[in-house]
Write a new protein. Structure first.
Length: 151
């Protein structure tokens, strides 16, 4: 029951983010991602989304690309884990912090895993300083190595 509530909160938080970021510009369409090189971050993203029937939302692509780059699935509990990584990586989004704290109150058993993800984020290059749109055609593994992302 607690995880169902966390899932519901995640869906609502995603819907809110989608609405708040509705005017965010992004230069690539889903079709563009399908034409990208096979091992690129962008191609890996669209293949994952297609295989898992996840709708492509251009204004949420920055976050979705991080799932691929960091090796987190787009499900529970990986949604919590990616936020722990990002906070450790110095991305202090107030909404994400509130979301993560609320969810950990509901499912505190995940805290040891989140602590590991937080530490993993501390070791990587600070992603908020990167414009991931500039790297969508780059090889995923090379980017992970360049940015010290341990998989």
């Amino acid at each position: 029951m607690r995880w169902k509530l966390v899932t519901w909160l995640t869906i609502k938080a995603t819907d809110l983010s989608d609405w708040l970021l509705r005017k965010r510009n992004w230069n690539h369409t889903a079709a563009d991602y399908r034409r990208m090189p096979e091992n690129s971050i962008g191609k890996k993203l669209i293949v994952y989304m297609d295989e898992n029937n996840i709708p492509f939302k251009p204004n949420l692509v920055r976050h979705d690309l991080k799932h691929i780059l960091l090796g987190y699935k787009m499900n529970m509990p990986d949604e919590l884990r990616i936020h722990a990584f990002l906070i450790g990586n110095r991305s202090y989004n107030p909404m994400a912090i509130i979301y993560l704290l609320t969810c950990t109150l509901l499912v505190p058993e995940i805290i040891p895993t989140l602590r590991t993800d937080y530490k993993r984020g501390q070791k990587a290059v600070c992603l908020k300083q990167l414009n991931l749109e500039n790297f969508v055609t780059d090889d995923l593994e090379k980017c992970q190595k360049r940015w010290k992302i341990q998989i």
